[in-house]
Design a protein around this ligand. Structure first.
Ligand SMILES: [Zn+2]
Length: 411
């Protein structure tokens, strides 16, 4: 976990309190690397006091001195991103949002032909180029039919869990850029009329969108500008609490996108640049299984996938922790890269949870299936009731962001 130097002294396990401000001379422009505008983690090692600091204490201290993950920024960028709709297939608003954030940190990026965003760092070295990926596309639906009564039948774009969207507010985006409000309800859903209302299975055939406008026929609905194929956004209902819990739809995977941005911000503000040439793919087709290799260089040696960690019976992860996936439905991730991330976490004092995900695939799996040849590992914050009304905790997000930053500056 990262800490702040503002408190002046910290206990670091070396039996003597060390003034963190002693490290400040390491951060200014005197250590700027040529061309890169930053310093590598290895530079810090040269400034270690000769006595009184154990290896572990020094490692923790340098980690803490290098990065301060801003929880305020992390939460705000997450909320803003989550309130920017981006179901698979309709992700341009969210891509522009991320691109704008990157620009504020002077990070170069470009949009791929397929619609994803790729950010680029030159790095201090080019010997083993790296990549990260997190996805901005979320669950969502399109109008599949305008019913005779004016209501809408939906078709899921991806892995929508239908019972979890009943009673949810929605916005229908029309071709003429109108946004029409409505909600997802059970067909013939009044319990005073339909004895089966409580027991009927909830799916695309039994749920429909009730539009909050005057319409009782397909013609009237079409006069509102609504047509088959229009995208339908489920309300995310984002809430952040003083307890640290964050409850919202689409934490998968916008929580990880926010962690990546928070890690970049921490590096940017400290003037540290990634060690290796690094590309970062904000993919837009993860939820349909083919986002992983969009626009990444062919010569990368490592790909670290950032995606939500599962929580549930028998799983090791939690909402308060970052997990690392040893294997999922697509098979094992790369042993060497996984072990290195576990070691980095251990050194930085991050309680990273190794886990196995029973029903899961990632953009890492997609990357390999599309011919990618780099080592791949998968980390992410624990997200409860995934693909439903999800919840995580700020501690898991900060740990994830800190581990991303540690990885970027590690040799
Ligand atoms: Zn995901």
């Amino acid at each position: 976990m990262v800490g702040s130097g503002e408190t002046g002294f910290i206990e670091c396990g070396a039996d003597v309190p060390i003034c963190i401000s002693a490290l400040h001379p390491l951060t200014p422009s005197s250590l700027l690397a040529k061309g890169g505008g930053g310093i590598a983690a290895s530079e810090y090692a040269r400034h270690r006091p000769s006595t009184g600091v154990s290896d572990t204490a020094w490692a923790k201290l340098t980690a803490m001195a290098q990065f301060e993950i801003s929880t305020d920024y992390l939460k705000q960028v997450l909320e803003d991103l989550i309130n920017t709709p981006s179901p698979t297939g309709d992700t341009d608003w969210a891509v522009r949002f991320v691109q704008n954030e990157l620009e504020t940190m002077e990070v170069k990026s470009h949009q791929t032909v397929k619609g994803a965003l790729v950010a680029h760092f030159d790095g201090l070295k080019d010997s083993t180029p790296r990549a990260l990926t997190a996805h901005v596309d979320t669950l969502g639906a399109v109008v599949s039919e305008i019913k005779a009564n004016g209501r809408l039948k939906l078709s899921a774009l991806n892995g929508v869990c239908w019972p979890t969207v009943e009673s949810e507010g929605v916005t229908i985006r029309t071709q003429s850029e109108r946004q029409v409000r409505g909600s997802v309800v059970l067909t013939n859903g009044a319990v005073h009329v339909n004895k089966e209302a409580g027991t009927t299975a909830r799916n695309a055939d039994t749920l429909e969108v009730r539009i909050d406008e005057e319409t009782s026929s397909s013609e009237e609905t079409r006069l509102l500008g609504i047509e088959v194929g229009d995208y339908v956004y489920f309300d995310p209902r984002f809430e952040s609490h003083n307890s640290g819990y964050i409850r919202s739809r689409f934490l998968d995977d916008k929580a990880c996108v926010a962690c990546v941005l928070a890690a970049f911000k921490a590096l940017h503000e400290t003037g540290i640049t990634p060690v290796q040439r690094t590309d970062v793919l904000f993919s837009v087709h993860e939820e349909v299984g083919h986002g992983g290799n969009d626009g990444l260089p062919t010569d990368i040696s490592e790909l670290v996938v950032l995606d939500m960690a599962v929580i549930g019976e028998g799983r090791a992860g939690s909402e308060q922790r970052c997990s690392i996936c040893i294997k999922d439905s697509s098979g094992p991730y790369s042993r060497a890269l996984t072990d290195r991330l576990r070691s980095l976490a251990s050194t930085a004092g991050i309680d990273l949870k190794p886990d196995v995900y029973p029903y899961y695939g990632s953009d890492g799996s997609a990357y390999w299936r599309q011919g990618g040849q780099a080592q791949v590992a998968l980390i992410g914050p624990g997200v409860d009731t995934s693909h439903g009304y999800e919840r995580t905790h700020i501690d898991a997000l900060v740990d994830t962001a800190a581990l991303i930053a540690e990885y970027l500056v590690s040799d």
